[in-house]
Design a protein around this ligand. Structure first.
Ligand code: URA
Length: 188
């Protein structure tokens, strides 16, 4: 279960970020939800509370979800690394690689209808693409692992922290959110 995976992470020593972080930040929301959102890594507020997306970008993420009728009871939220990178730097490829087996297992356990990468670093590692998020958003990919019964439809959104700095990108993000809503509705 997701809870057991968290217990395993609590005793996992393989990620150096753990040494500088206050708390493990794993998931928030509903493990049975049809939507799994994966961000880049915890920030200061997330590190304090031990929950993903509870700072300023989390507030915007909640608004983005509300715009398509979702809240945290209808999604599960996590990150590609589970401890805060010092100074909020981007996780190194090695830090992301060490956490990736846990991310993959999380995706298998949740087996969502739609997988959404938030921002460039999450999009690159989850979708195995080299393009930036500006080229990946608005497109659909197929995410598969040997442990999944079938491939999962996956896409990317601009990171909410980026949208706070570049509000002009909210318009295309609104279209992307509607596409996600449509995918969910199509499979009902
Ligand atoms: N940004 C992220 O990518 N993840 C969080 O949990 C918070 C901010």
């Amino acid at each position: 279960t997701v809870e057991e995976l968290q217990t395993a992470l609590e005793s996992f020593d393989g990620c150096a970020l753990r040494k500088t972080a206050t708390n493990l930040v794993f998931t928030d929301g509903n493990p049975d939800a049809p939507v799994l959102l994966i961000g880049e890594g915890p920030g200061a507020e997330e590190d304090r509370q031990g929950l993903p997306f509870v700072g300023p970008s989390g507030k915007l993420l909640d608004k983005m979800l509300a715009s398509i009728g979702l809240d945290r009871s209808g999604v599960l939220i996590s990150n590609i690394v589970f401890w805060r990178p010092p100074g909020n730097r981007t996780p190194t490829p090695q830090e992301a690689a060490v956490c990736m087996p846990f991310v993959e297992r999380l995706i298998e356990l949740v087996d969502p209808r739609v997988l959404v990468a938030l921002g460039g670093p999450a999009a690159k590692s989850l979708l195995a693409q080299t393009d930036g998020v500006g080229r990946l958003r608005g497109k659909w990919f197929s995410y598969s692992t040997p442990g999944l019964p079938r491939p999962i439809e996956a896409t990317a959104l601009y990171h909410p922290a980026y949208l706070l700095r570049s509000p002009g990108q909210k318009r295309p993000t609104w279209r992307d959110l509607l596409e996600i809503k449509n995918k969910l509705r199509a499979g009902e």
